[in-house]
Design a protein around this ligand. Structure first.
Ligand code: HEM
Length: 470
Protein backbone atom coordinates (compact mmCIF):
# COMPACT_ATOMS: atom_id res chain seq x y z
CA UNK A 1 0.00 0.00 0.00
CA UNK A 2 2.81 2.35 1.00
CA UNK A 3 4.55 1.58 -2.28
CA UNK A 4 1.41 2.46 -4.27
CA UNK A 5 1.09 5.79 -2.41
CA UNK A 6 4.79 6.49 -3.01
CA UNK A 7 4.53 5.75 -6.76
CA UNK A 8 1.42 7.95 -6.97
CA UNK A 9 3.24 10.79 -5.25
CA UNK A 10 6.22 10.46 -7.60
CA UNK A 11 3.85 10.51 -10.61
CA UNK A 12 2.04 13.56 -9.20
CA UNK A 13 5.24 15.45 -8.49
CA UNK A 14 6.56 14.72 -11.98
CA UNK A 15 3.35 16.18 -13.43
CA UNK A 16 3.72 19.26 -11.30
CA UNK A 17 7.39 19.69 -12.01
CA UNK A 18 7.05 19.34 -15.79
CA UNK A 19 5.89 22.92 -16.50
CA UNK A 20 8.43 24.15 -13.94
CA UNK A 21 11.27 22.55 -15.93
CA UNK A 22 10.13 24.31 -19.10
CA UNK A 23 9.91 27.63 -17.30
CA UNK A 24 13.31 26.98 -15.80
CA UNK A 25 14.77 26.32 -19.26
CA UNK A 26 13.20 29.52 -20.57
CA UNK A 27 14.76 31.41 -17.71
CA UNK A 28 18.14 30.03 -18.69
CA UNK A 29 17.53 30.94 -22.29
CA UNK A 30 17.22 34.64 -21.35
CA UNK A 31 20.28 34.51 -19.13
CA UNK A 32 22.39 32.70 -21.75
CA UNK A 33 21.35 34.98 -24.59
CA UNK A 34 21.09 38.53 -23.33
CA UNK A 35 19.66 40.96 -25.85
CA UNK A 36 21.21 44.12 -27.26
CA UNK A 37 20.03 47.35 -25.63
CA UNK A 38 17.12 49.18 -27.29
CA UNK A 39 17.88 51.88 -29.85
CA UNK A 40 18.33 52.46 -33.55
CA UNK A 41 21.44 51.69 -35.60
CA UNK A 42 20.41 54.14 -38.36
CA UNK A 43 21.60 53.77 -41.96
CA UNK A 44 24.10 51.12 -43.08
CA UNK A 45 27.69 52.22 -42.28
CA UNK A 46 26.92 55.90 -41.55
CA UNK A 47 24.52 54.83 -38.79
CA UNK A 48 23.24 57.89 -36.93
CA UNK A 49 26.35 60.04 -37.42
CA UNK A 50 24.40 62.55 -39.45
CA UNK A 51 21.68 62.91 -36.80
CA UNK A 52 24.36 63.40 -34.12
CA UNK A 53 26.24 66.10 -36.01
CA UNK A 54 23.26 67.83 -37.64
CA UNK A 55 21.71 68.68 -34.29
CA UNK A 56 23.05 69.75 -30.95
CA UNK A 57 24.74 66.53 -29.61
CA UNK A 58 23.06 67.16 -26.28
CA UNK A 59 19.65 67.13 -27.93
CA UNK A 60 20.60 63.88 -29.70
CA UNK A 61 21.61 62.20 -26.42
CA UNK A 62 18.71 63.64 -24.40
CA UNK A 63 16.06 62.63 -26.95
CA UNK A 64 17.53 59.10 -27.14
CA UNK A 65 17.48 58.80 -23.36
CA UNK A 66 13.87 59.99 -23.25
CA UNK A 67 12.88 57.40 -25.84
CA UNK A 68 14.89 54.35 -24.79
CA UNK A 69 15.92 54.89 -21.18
CA UNK A 70 19.33 54.92 -19.56
CA UNK A 71 21.01 52.39 -21.84
CA UNK A 72 20.62 52.43 -25.60
CA UNK A 73 22.50 51.45 -28.72
CA UNK A 74 23.39 53.55 -31.76
CA UNK A 75 25.93 53.60 -34.59
CA UNK A 76 28.17 56.63 -35.08
CA UNK A 77 31.38 57.31 -37.04
CA UNK A 78 31.40 53.77 -38.36
CA UNK A 79 31.21 52.17 -34.88
CA UNK A 80 28.40 50.40 -33.09
CA UNK A 81 28.03 52.02 -29.65
CA UNK A 82 26.22 51.54 -26.39
CA UNK A 83 25.45 54.77 -24.56
CA UNK A 84 24.98 54.75 -20.83
CA UNK A 85 23.27 57.59 -18.99
CA UNK A 86 23.07 56.40 -15.37
CA UNK A 87 25.59 56.92 -12.54
CA UNK A 88 25.64 53.15 -11.86
CA UNK A 89 26.45 52.35 -15.48
CA UNK A 90 29.24 54.98 -15.60
CA UNK A 91 30.71 53.45 -12.43
CA UNK A 92 30.41 49.93 -13.89
CA UNK A 93 32.38 50.88 -17.03
CA UNK A 94 34.92 53.29 -15.53
CA UNK A 95 35.51 51.89 -12.04
CA UNK A 96 34.28 48.45 -10.99
CA UNK A 97 34.62 46.71 -14.38
CA UNK A 98 37.16 49.02 -16.03
CA UNK A 99 39.34 45.99 -16.91
CA UNK A 100 36.62 44.89 -19.37
CA UNK A 101 36.81 48.18 -21.28
CA UNK A 102 39.88 49.72 -22.91
CA UNK A 103 40.48 53.34 -23.90
CA UNK A 104 39.89 53.89 -27.59
CA UNK A 105 40.80 56.79 -29.87
CA UNK A 106 40.97 57.12 -33.67
CA UNK A 107 44.45 56.14 -34.93
CA UNK A 108 44.85 59.51 -36.70
CA UNK A 109 44.51 61.35 -33.38
CA UNK A 110 46.75 58.89 -31.54
CA UNK A 111 49.44 59.58 -34.14
CA UNK A 112 49.36 63.33 -33.51
CA UNK A 113 49.57 63.10 -29.74
CA UNK A 114 51.92 60.11 -29.62
CA UNK A 115 51.04 56.48 -29.01
CA UNK A 116 52.86 56.32 -25.64
CA UNK A 117 50.66 59.04 -24.05
CA UNK A 118 49.04 57.62 -20.95
CA UNK A 119 45.42 57.97 -21.98
CA UNK A 120 45.79 55.41 -24.77
CA UNK A 121 46.92 52.72 -22.32
CA UNK A 122 45.76 50.58 -19.46
CA UNK A 123 47.50 48.12 -17.16
CA UNK A 124 51.10 48.31 -15.98
CA UNK A 125 52.42 51.02 -18.34
CA UNK A 126 49.43 53.26 -17.64
CA UNK A 127 49.80 52.86 -13.85
CA UNK A 128 53.53 53.76 -13.97
CA UNK A 129 53.09 56.89 -16.08
CA UNK A 130 49.95 57.96 -14.26
CA UNK A 131 51.80 57.88 -10.93
CA UNK A 132 54.44 60.26 -12.34
CA UNK A 133 51.83 62.62 -13.78
CA UNK A 134 49.82 62.52 -10.55
CA UNK A 135 52.88 63.27 -8.43
CA UNK A 136 53.79 66.25 -10.56
CA UNK A 137 50.22 67.56 -10.24
CA UNK A 138 49.68 66.73 -6.55
CA UNK A 139 48.63 69.54 -4.17
CA UNK A 140 52.21 69.60 -2.79
CA UNK A 141 53.63 70.21 -6.28
CA UNK A 142 51.05 72.69 -7.58
CA UNK A 143 51.27 74.84 -4.41
CA UNK A 144 54.69 75.89 -5.70
CA UNK A 145 53.15 77.04 -8.98
CA UNK A 146 50.96 79.73 -7.35
CA UNK A 147 53.39 82.67 -7.96
CA UNK A 148 53.92 81.57 -11.57
CA UNK A 149 50.18 81.22 -12.18
CA UNK A 150 49.54 84.65 -10.63
CA UNK A 151 52.13 86.17 -12.99
CA UNK A 152 50.47 84.52 -15.99
CA UNK A 153 47.01 85.69 -14.86
CA UNK A 154 48.15 89.29 -14.36
CA UNK A 155 50.00 89.51 -17.67
CA UNK A 156 47.02 87.95 -19.53
CA UNK A 157 44.56 90.42 -17.98
CA UNK A 158 46.89 93.34 -18.70
CA UNK A 159 47.21 92.25 -22.32
CA UNK A 160 43.42 92.07 -22.75
CA UNK A 161 42.94 95.65 -21.62
CA UNK A 162 45.99 96.92 -23.49
CA UNK A 163 44.38 95.77 -26.76
CA UNK A 164 41.59 98.23 -25.90
CA UNK A 165 39.27 96.27 -28.18
CA UNK A 166 36.88 93.39 -28.02
CA UNK A 167 38.72 90.10 -27.45
CA UNK A 168 37.68 86.54 -28.18
CA UNK A 169 37.58 85.26 -24.59
CA UNK A 170 38.04 81.61 -25.53
CA UNK A 171 41.13 82.32 -27.66
CA UNK A 172 42.67 84.36 -24.86
CA UNK A 173 41.85 81.69 -22.28
CA UNK A 174 43.55 79.14 -24.55
CA UNK A 175 46.77 81.16 -24.59
CA UNK A 176 46.60 81.46 -20.81
CA UNK A 177 45.94 77.71 -20.30
CA UNK A 178 48.75 76.77 -22.67
CA UNK A 179 51.22 78.89 -20.69
CA UNK A 180 50.10 77.24 -17.45
CA UNK A 181 50.49 73.84 -19.11
CA UNK A 182 54.07 74.77 -20.07
CA UNK A 183 54.71 75.96 -16.50
CA UNK A 184 53.54 72.69 -14.96
CA UNK A 185 55.45 70.53 -17.47
CA UNK A 186 58.74 72.50 -17.83
CA UNK A 187 58.80 74.97 -14.93
CA UNK A 188 60.31 78.28 -16.09
CA UNK A 189 61.07 77.47 -19.70
CA UNK A 190 63.25 79.75 -21.85
CA UNK A 191 60.99 82.00 -23.91
CA UNK A 192 62.40 80.91 -27.30
CA UNK A 193 61.49 77.25 -26.57
CA UNK A 194 58.10 78.34 -25.32
CA UNK A 195 57.40 80.26 -28.54
CA UNK A 196 58.59 77.41 -30.76
CA UNK A 197 56.39 74.94 -28.88
CA UNK A 198 53.38 77.27 -29.08
CA UNK A 199 53.79 77.83 -32.81
CA UNK A 200 54.02 74.14 -33.65
CA UNK A 201 51.36 73.14 -31.17
CA UNK A 202 48.86 75.46 -32.93
CA UNK A 203 49.52 73.63 -36.20
CA UNK A 204 49.06 70.23 -34.52
CA UNK A 205 45.80 71.40 -33.02
CA UNK A 206 44.40 72.53 -36.37
CA UNK A 207 45.27 69.16 -37.88
CA UNK A 208 43.80 67.24 -34.95
CA UNK A 209 40.30 68.38 -35.82
CA UNK A 210 40.68 68.04 -39.60
CA UNK A 211 40.20 65.15 -42.01
CA UNK A 212 43.21 62.78 -41.69
CA UNK A 213 45.13 62.22 -44.94
CA UNK A 214 48.73 62.22 -46.21
CA UNK A 215 48.31 64.75 -49.01
CA UNK A 216 51.09 67.36 -48.60
CA UNK A 217 49.83 70.83 -47.69
CA UNK A 218 46.65 69.68 -45.93
CA UNK A 219 46.07 70.61 -42.28
CA UNK A 220 46.58 67.00 -41.17
CA UNK A 221 49.89 66.45 -42.95
CA UNK A 222 51.17 69.85 -41.73
CA UNK A 223 50.19 68.75 -38.23
CA UNK A 224 52.20 65.51 -38.55
CA UNK A 225 55.30 67.56 -39.48
CA UNK A 226 54.72 70.06 -36.64
CA UNK A 227 54.37 67.09 -34.28
CA UNK A 228 57.87 65.91 -35.32
CA UNK A 229 59.28 69.37 -34.67
CA UNK A 230 57.73 69.42 -31.18
CA UNK A 231 59.40 66.07 -30.50
CA UNK A 232 62.76 67.56 -31.58
CA UNK A 233 62.30 70.65 -29.38
CA UNK A 234 61.48 68.46 -26.38
CA UNK A 235 64.56 66.28 -27.08
CA UNK A 236 66.70 69.43 -27.10
CA UNK A 237 65.25 70.58 -23.76
CA UNK A 238 65.89 67.10 -22.33
CA UNK A 239 69.47 67.20 -23.61
CA UNK A 240 70.09 70.55 -21.89
CA UNK A 241 68.66 69.30 -18.63
CA UNK A 242 70.87 66.21 -18.78
CA UNK A 243 73.93 68.38 -19.51
CA UNK A 244 73.25 70.60 -16.51
CA UNK A 245 72.25 67.59 -14.39
CA UNK A 246 69.35 69.68 -13.14
CA UNK A 247 66.82 67.80 -11.04
CA UNK A 248 63.50 69.59 -11.37
CA UNK A 249 60.23 68.74 -9.67
CA UNK A 250 58.04 69.52 -12.70
CA UNK A 251 56.45 66.84 -14.92
CA UNK A 252 59.49 66.66 -17.21
CA UNK A 253 61.69 66.13 -14.13
CA UNK A 254 59.43 63.30 -12.89
CA UNK A 255 59.49 61.62 -16.31
CA UNK A 256 63.27 62.01 -16.66
CA UNK A 257 64.05 60.63 -13.21
CA UNK A 258 61.87 57.55 -13.60
CA UNK A 259 63.50 54.10 -13.51
CA UNK A 260 61.58 50.82 -13.52
CA UNK A 261 62.45 47.77 -11.38
CA UNK A 262 65.11 46.77 -13.98
CA UNK A 263 66.66 50.24 -13.86
CA UNK A 264 65.33 51.16 -17.33
CA UNK A 265 64.42 54.78 -18.02
CA UNK A 266 61.71 56.18 -20.30
CA UNK A 267 62.79 56.90 -23.88
CA UNK A 268 62.73 60.45 -25.26
CA UNK A 269 59.74 59.42 -27.43
CA UNK A 270 57.77 58.15 -24.44
CA UNK A 271 58.55 61.37 -22.59
CA UNK A 272 57.59 63.59 -25.54
CA UNK A 273 54.30 61.71 -26.11
CA UNK A 274 53.32 62.20 -22.49
CA UNK A 275 54.36 65.87 -22.42
CA UNK A 276 52.29 66.56 -25.55
CA UNK A 277 49.43 64.49 -24.08
CA UNK A 278 49.32 66.56 -20.90
CA UNK A 279 49.54 69.87 -22.78
CA UNK A 280 46.72 68.67 -24.98
CA UNK A 281 44.52 67.48 -22.08
CA UNK A 282 45.03 70.74 -20.18
CA UNK A 283 44.48 73.48 -22.73
CA UNK A 284 41.03 73.52 -24.33
CA UNK A 285 39.33 71.96 -21.31
CA UNK A 286 40.48 74.67 -18.87
CA UNK A 287 39.92 77.42 -21.47
CA UNK A 288 36.32 76.36 -22.21
CA UNK A 289 35.34 76.21 -18.54
CA UNK A 290 36.94 79.61 -17.86
CA UNK A 291 35.01 81.12 -20.78
CA UNK A 292 31.75 79.72 -19.41
CA UNK A 293 32.52 81.07 -15.93
CA UNK A 294 32.91 84.58 -17.35
CA UNK A 295 29.59 84.25 -19.13
CA UNK A 296 27.70 82.85 -16.13
CA UNK A 297 29.04 85.61 -13.84
CA UNK A 298 28.34 88.30 -16.41
CA UNK A 299 24.75 87.07 -16.75
CA UNK A 300 24.12 87.10 -12.97
CA UNK A 301 25.24 90.46 -11.59
CA UNK A 302 23.95 89.66 -8.09
CA UNK A 303 26.12 86.58 -7.95
CA UNK A 304 29.04 88.57 -9.34
CA UNK A 305 28.68 91.10 -6.52
CA UNK A 306 28.71 88.26 -3.95
CA UNK A 307 31.86 86.78 -5.53
CA UNK A 308 33.47 90.24 -5.54
CA UNK A 309 32.74 90.62 -1.82
CA UNK A 310 34.40 87.25 -1.11
CA UNK A 311 37.45 88.13 -3.20
CA UNK A 312 37.78 91.75 -1.98
CA UNK A 313 38.10 90.43 1.59
CA UNK A 314 41.16 88.42 0.49
CA UNK A 315 42.51 91.32 -1.59
CA UNK A 316 42.32 93.75 1.35
CA UNK A 317 43.86 91.19 3.64
CA UNK A 318 46.77 91.06 1.19
CA UNK A 319 47.36 94.80 1.49
CA UNK A 320 45.38 95.71 -1.63
CA UNK A 321 46.84 92.85 -3.66
CA UNK A 322 50.49 93.68 -2.84
CA UNK A 323 51.06 90.34 -1.13
CA UNK A 324 50.81 87.10 -3.11
CA UNK A 325 47.93 84.70 -2.63
CA UNK A 326 48.58 81.74 -0.35
CA UNK A 327 47.41 78.15 -0.73
CA UNK A 328 45.21 78.41 2.38
CA UNK A 329 43.56 81.62 1.10
CA UNK A 330 42.84 79.95 -2.24
CA UNK A 331 41.43 76.89 -0.49
CA UNK A 332 39.11 79.13 1.49
CA UNK A 333 36.96 80.75 -1.21
CA UNK A 334 33.73 78.77 -0.71
CA UNK A 335 31.39 80.76 -2.96
CA UNK A 336 33.92 81.03 -5.81
CA UNK A 337 34.56 77.30 -5.49
CA UNK A 338 30.83 76.55 -5.76
CA UNK A 339 30.60 78.77 -8.86
CA UNK A 340 33.38 76.67 -10.44
CA UNK A 341 31.62 73.39 -9.58
CA UNK A 342 28.29 74.65 -10.94
CA UNK A 343 30.03 75.88 -14.13
CA UNK A 344 31.63 72.46 -14.58
CA UNK A 345 28.20 70.83 -14.18
CA UNK A 346 26.26 73.25 -16.37
CA UNK A 347 28.81 73.42 -19.19
CA UNK A 348 29.78 69.70 -18.92
CA UNK A 349 32.45 70.41 -21.49
CA UNK A 350 33.43 66.73 -21.64
CA UNK A 351 29.92 65.49 -22.42
CA UNK A 352 30.96 61.84 -22.55
CA UNK A 353 33.93 59.54 -22.86
CA UNK A 354 34.69 56.49 -25.01
CA UNK A 355 35.77 52.99 -24.12
CA UNK A 356 35.73 49.70 -26.08
CA UNK A 357 34.49 46.36 -24.69
CA UNK A 358 37.41 43.86 -24.73
CA UNK A 359 35.04 40.88 -24.24
CA UNK A 360 31.27 40.36 -24.46
CA UNK A 361 29.90 42.10 -21.36
CA UNK A 362 26.42 41.76 -19.86
CA UNK A 363 25.14 44.78 -17.99
CA UNK A 364 21.67 44.71 -16.40
CA UNK A 365 20.63 41.89 -18.75
CA UNK A 366 21.84 43.72 -21.88
CA UNK A 367 24.68 42.52 -24.06
CA UNK A 368 27.55 44.85 -24.90
CA UNK A 369 29.34 42.86 -27.64
CA UNK A 370 33.14 42.69 -27.76
CA UNK A 371 34.55 45.51 -29.93
CA UNK A 372 31.57 47.83 -29.44
CA UNK A 373 32.24 51.34 -28.16
CA UNK A 374 30.78 52.26 -24.81
CA UNK A 375 30.01 55.86 -23.92
CA UNK A 376 29.18 56.96 -20.38
CA UNK A 377 27.22 60.20 -20.88
CA UNK A 378 28.44 62.61 -18.19
CA UNK A 379 26.31 65.50 -19.40
CA UNK A 380 23.05 63.52 -19.25
CA UNK A 381 23.85 62.61 -15.65
CA UNK A 382 24.76 66.23 -14.77
CA UNK A 383 21.53 67.46 -16.36
CA UNK A 384 19.19 64.82 -14.90
CA UNK A 385 16.52 66.58 -12.77
CA UNK A 386 16.45 63.56 -10.45
CA UNK A 387 19.97 64.50 -9.27
CA UNK A 388 19.95 68.26 -10.01
CA UNK A 389 16.50 69.89 -9.73
CA UNK A 390 15.95 72.61 -12.38
CA UNK A 391 19.15 71.39 -14.09
CA UNK A 392 19.28 74.20 -16.63
CA UNK A 393 19.40 77.04 -14.15
CA UNK A 394 22.77 78.18 -12.87
CA UNK A 395 22.62 77.76 -9.10
CA UNK A 396 25.93 77.39 -7.21
CA UNK A 397 24.04 76.94 -3.93
CA UNK A 398 23.20 73.38 -4.96
CA UNK A 399 26.85 72.57 -4.13
CA UNK A 400 26.38 73.59 -0.48
CA UNK A 401 25.68 69.85 -0.09
CA UNK A 402 27.78 67.12 -1.68
CA UNK A 403 26.15 65.60 -4.79
CA UNK A 404 25.00 61.96 -4.67
CA UNK A 405 27.83 59.47 -5.41
CA UNK A 406 28.79 59.23 -9.09
CA UNK A 407 26.44 62.02 -10.18
CA UNK A 408 29.19 64.65 -10.55
CA UNK A 409 31.98 63.60 -12.89
CA UNK A 410 33.35 66.64 -14.76
CA UNK A 411 36.82 65.12 -14.34
CA UNK A 412 35.70 61.54 -15.01
CA UNK A 413 36.03 58.70 -12.48
CA UNK A 414 38.20 55.63 -12.06
CA UNK A 415 41.69 54.80 -13.31
CA UNK A 416 41.64 57.38 -16.12
CA UNK A 417 40.05 60.24 -14.14
CA UNK A 418 41.69 63.63 -14.56
CA UNK A 419 45.01 63.99 -12.69
CA UNK A 420 44.96 67.73 -13.53
CA UNK A 421 41.70 68.55 -11.74
CA UNK A 422 43.33 70.34 -8.78
CA UNK A 423 45.54 72.40 -11.09
CA UNK A 424 42.53 73.29 -13.26
CA UNK A 425 40.61 74.52 -10.19
CA UNK A 426 43.65 76.40 -8.89
CA UNK A 427 43.98 78.27 -12.21
CA UNK A 428 40.30 79.19 -12.15
CA UNK A 429 40.34 80.43 -8.55
CA UNK A 430 43.42 82.59 -9.13
CA UNK A 431 42.07 84.01 -12.38
CA UNK A 432 38.68 84.85 -10.83
CA UNK A 433 40.43 86.53 -7.87
CA UNK A 434 42.43 88.95 -10.03
CA UNK A 435 39.63 89.47 -12.53
CA UNK A 436 36.87 90.50 -10.12
CA UNK A 437 39.06 92.56 -7.76
CA UNK A 438 40.68 94.71 -10.44
CA UNK A 439 38.72 94.47 -13.69
CA UNK A 440 35.25 94.74 -15.22
CA UNK A 441 34.11 92.95 -18.33
CA UNK A 442 31.28 93.43 -20.74
CA UNK A 443 30.16 90.74 -23.14
CA UNK A 444 29.50 92.19 -26.57
CA UNK A 445 26.33 90.97 -28.30
CA UNK A 446 25.61 88.53 -25.50
CA UNK A 447 23.93 85.49 -27.04
CA UNK A 448 22.69 82.28 -25.52
CA UNK A 449 23.86 79.72 -28.11
CA UNK A 450 26.59 77.10 -27.94
CA UNK A 451 29.39 76.46 -30.42
CA UNK A 452 31.59 73.34 -30.62
CA UNK A 453 35.33 73.84 -30.84
CA UNK A 454 35.15 70.75 -30.37
CA UNK A 455 34.26 71.39 -26.70
CA UNK A 456 31.11 73.43 -26.12
CA UNK A 457 31.85 77.15 -25.74
CA UNK A 458 29.66 80.28 -25.82
CA UNK A 459 28.95 81.56 -29.35
CA UNK A 460 31.91 83.20 -31.13
CA UNK A 461 34.13 82.46 -28.15
CA UNK A 462 32.36 85.11 -26.03
CA UNK A 463 33.46 88.45 -27.52
CA UNK A 464 34.25 90.63 -24.50
CA UNK A 465 35.65 94.05 -23.62
CA UNK A 466 37.77 94.22 -20.47
CA UNK A 467 38.69 97.34 -18.52
CA UNK A 468 40.30 98.21 -15.22
CA UNK A 469 38.14 99.26 -12.27
CA UNK A 470 38.95 102.94 -11.64
C1 HEM B 1 38.54 72.08 -16.49
C2 HEM B 1 39.57 71.43 -16.95
C3 HEM B 1 39.60 69.94 -17.18
C4 HEM B 1 38.58 69.06 -17.38
C5 HEM B 1 37.08 69.34 -17.40
C6 HEM B 1 39.18 67.75 -17.56
C7 HEM B 1 38.47 66.57 -17.73
C8 HEM B 1 39.04 65.32 -17.86
C9 HEM B 1 38.31 64.09 -17.97
C10 HEM B 1 36.78 63.96 -17.98
C11 HEM B 1 39.20 63.09 -18.07
C12 HEM B 1 38.90 61.59 -18.15
C13 HEM B 1 38.64 61.15 -19.56
C14 HEM B 1 38.26 59.68 -19.65
O1 HEM B 1 37.95 59.03 -18.64
O2 HEM B 1 38.26 59.19 -20.76
C15 HEM B 1 40.53 63.67 -18.06
C16 HEM B 1 41.71 62.97 -18.19
C17 HEM B 1 42.95 63.56 -18.17
N1 HEM B 1 43.24 64.88 -17.90
FE1 HEM B 1 41.92 66.37 -17.58
N2 HEM B 1 40.55 67.87 -17.50
C18 HEM B 1 40.84 69.19 -17.24
C19 HEM B 1 42.09 69.75 -17.07
C20 HEM B 1 43.28 69.04 -17.08
C21 HEM B 1 44.59 69.60 -16.79
C22 HEM B 1 44.83 71.05 -16.35
C23 HEM B 1 45.50 68.60 -16.97
C24 HEM B 1 47.00 68.59 -16.81
C25 HEM B 1 47.75 69.59 -16.49
C26 HEM B 1 44.75 67.41 -17.37
C27 HEM B 1 45.31 66.19 -17.67
C28 HEM B 1 44.60 65.04 -17.93
C29 HEM B 1 45.23 63.77 -18.26
C30 HEM B 1 46.74 63.52 -18.42
C31 HEM B 1 44.20 62.84 -18.41
C32 HEM B 1 44.34 61.37 -18.78
C33 HEM B 1 44.44 60.53 -17.50
C34 HEM B 1 44.54 59.04 -17.72
O3 HEM B 1 44.24 58.55 -18.81
O4 HEM B 1 44.93 58.35 -16.77
N3 HEM B 1 43.43 67.72 -17.41
N4 HEM B 1 40.39 65.04 -17.92
Amino acid sequence: MDIIILLFLIFLSSLLSYPFIIKHNKLHETIDKPKLPPGSMGWPYIGETFQLYSQHPNIFFASKQKRYGEIFKTHILGCPCVMLASPEAARFVLVTHSHLFKPTYPKSKEKLIGSSALFFHQGHYHTRIRKLVQNSLSPESIKKLIPGIENEVISSLESWISIGQVVNTFHEMKKFSFNIGILSVFGNLESNYREQLKENYCIVEKGYNSFPNRIPGTSYSKAVLARQRIQEIISEIICKRKEHRSIEKDLLGHLLNYKNEKGEMLSDEEIADNVIGVLFAAQDTTASVLTWILKYLHDDQKLLEAIKAEQMAVYENNDGGKIQLTWSQIKNMPLTHRVILESLRMASIISFTFREAVVDVVYKGYLIPKGWKVMPLFRNIHHNPEFYPAPHSFDPSRFEFAPKPNTFMPFGIGVHSCPGNELAKLNMLILIHHLVTKFRWEVVENQSGVQYSPFPIPLQGLPTRFCRIK
